[in-house]
Ligand binder design. Structure first.
Ligand code: ZN
Length: 456
């Protein structure tokens, strides 16, 4: 990496950290309407920062939802264009009493920054902003053309950015996209993400009698929707972790030998880490599938909540008329959530005990993504990581979903580089979210180096 760039980033560590802290102090919680003004403040913070870096075109795009921040700097027709996407909104901070320090008063110990949004995603966006600034300040200009798109609704469904990409896709024309919103395997074994699972989120509603009944007068003959729902759920996924929905395992994700080899090598360490993080004594799921496979490419079916009957204090002998379960499936890239919804509906009708009516509702869904590891942009990212970390990254999958990735893939038709600097114990979305300072600074070096490698 160029010495001048590297030196600039070292000299400005303090300044970059201070700037991140000021951004983290803004409680830009996109799902809570009382924070609407804060969300806008966080957008304006980013707008101002992009102007300071020197972007000649910076725009706050306001619509019905939270604003988008868009900036572009087109320096040279002969160079490729990189589209960087990130988000400046954060998850709600509750339960507040589980935080050791207040979520919007960033706290630094020697290794980490603790604050809501530290790793997801302000800290990671700041890495890219700092790398861009380093190029401008130390080399006089950006090495390639850069477009920046920041949204404030990632944690709230992302309607505005989706509409923008669908409607103004031509403004976003680029050769590749960069997203820094994922995590690495570990500091010693950096990784790049080449696959994200899709999601299908549903509600299953079971109805029995026309009204709640007394268990003394009707117990023994009355249908009980809660019990029927439990039977149904256990038929959809048994104790062995296998999902019994015909068709669900049809699409399989190709996994390279190199990746399988890493899964094998890392299996024991990963299992140990997961047991510790979750505070449990054994993992569940399909025993014949590797842990990496279970987390990355196999479909999942999880129950998030069950509602029905009496849950107040004391005893009430009611047989409820209705029960509801929130059920989501994570799906490998290649599975179409709309298709899977039909398969689920069919399986539910087949497996439902007799004497009930059941309805399945699709609340939302998003496609998974598989990125080919064979393109110059991912190669450039892998080389930059190898240069800064001294170890070549492994290609991995992440079990979560970043809906914008599928949109970039399907609408803009450009390769997406998922180069994240979070660590698995950062606790994104949970209390005491943190970001490693070491990753913060190494990330800047890596992204700055990456930008230089994109030049023709
Ligand atoms: Zn995020």
């Amino acid at each position: 990496m160029r010495t001048s760039l590297h030196q600039y980033l070292i000299d400005n560590r303090e300044k970059n950290l201070e700037e991140l802290l000021s951004w983290l102090k803004i409680p830009s919680i996109s799902t809570l309407s009382e924070h609407r003004k804060d969300v806008k403040n966080a957008a304006e913070w980013a707008e101002k920062k992009l102007q300071e870096i020197g972007f000649p075109e910076v725009e706050l795009i306001e619509g019905e939802g939270h604003p988008l921040v868009y900036a572009q700097w087109l320096t040279d027709n002969n160079q490729p264009t990189l589209l960087f996407y990130g988000h400046y909104d954060v998850q709600p901070a509750d339960p507040l009493n589980e935080w050791h320090t207040p979520p919007f008063q960033p706290y630094i110990d020697k290794d980490n920054i603790y604050a809501r949004g530290a790793t997801d995603d302000k800290g990671q966006v700041m890495i890219v902003l700092a790398a861009l600034e380093a190029w401008v300040k130390s080399e006089g200009k950006l090495p390639v053309n850069v477009k920046v798109l920041l949204e404030g609704e990632e944690e709230a469904g992302g309607a505005s950015v989706e509409a923008f990409v669908r409607e103004y896709g031509d403004r976003l024309t680029a050769d590749a996209a960069l997203i820094c919103d994922t995590h690495m395997n570990s500091v010693d074994q950096p990784s790049l993400i080449i696959g994200l699972r899709g999601i299908l989120y549903t509600e299953i509603i079971v109805k029995g009698a026309k009204r709640d009944l007394h268990s003394g007068s009707y117990g023994g003959v009355a249908p009980n929707p809660i019990h029927a729902l439990c039977l149904l759920l256990s038929r959809l996924k048994g104790e062995n972790g296998r999902i019994d929905i015909p068709g669900i395992y049809v699409s399989s994700v190709p996994v390279s030998d190199e990746e399988k080899d890493f899964w094998h090598r890392d299996a024991e360490a990963l299992e140990k880490r997961l047991l510790k993080e979750m505070g449990v004594e054994q993992l569940v799921g399909e025993k014949h599938v590797s842990v990496h496979g279970r987390l990355g490419i196999r479909p999942t079916l999880e129950v998030h909540g069950i509602r029905g009957g009496f849950i107040g204090e004391g005893a009430k002998t009611v047989i409820p008329a209705e029960a509801l379960a929130k059920v989501s499936l994570r799906l490998p890239a290649g599975s179409r959530p709309t298709e899977v919804f039909k398969q689920l509906e069919h399986a539910v009708q087949q497996k439902m005990p007799k004497g009930y009516t059941v309805v399945v509702r699709n609340l939302h869904s998003g496609d998974g993504v598989a990125v080919s590891p064979e393109n110059r942009y991912i190669n450039a990212a892998a080389e930059a990581i190898a240069e800064i970390y001294g170890v070549r990254p492994v290609f991995m999958r992440e079990g979560g979903s970043i809906p914008i990735t599928a949109l970039f893939d399907s609408i803009l038709h450009i390769p997406v580089v998922l180069m994240g600097f979070g660590l698995s114990d950062d606790g994104a979305h949970g209390p005491n979210e943190k970001f490693s300072l070491n990753q913060f600074y190494k990330g800047m070096d890596t992204v700055a180096d990456f930008l230089g490698r994109l030049r023709n």
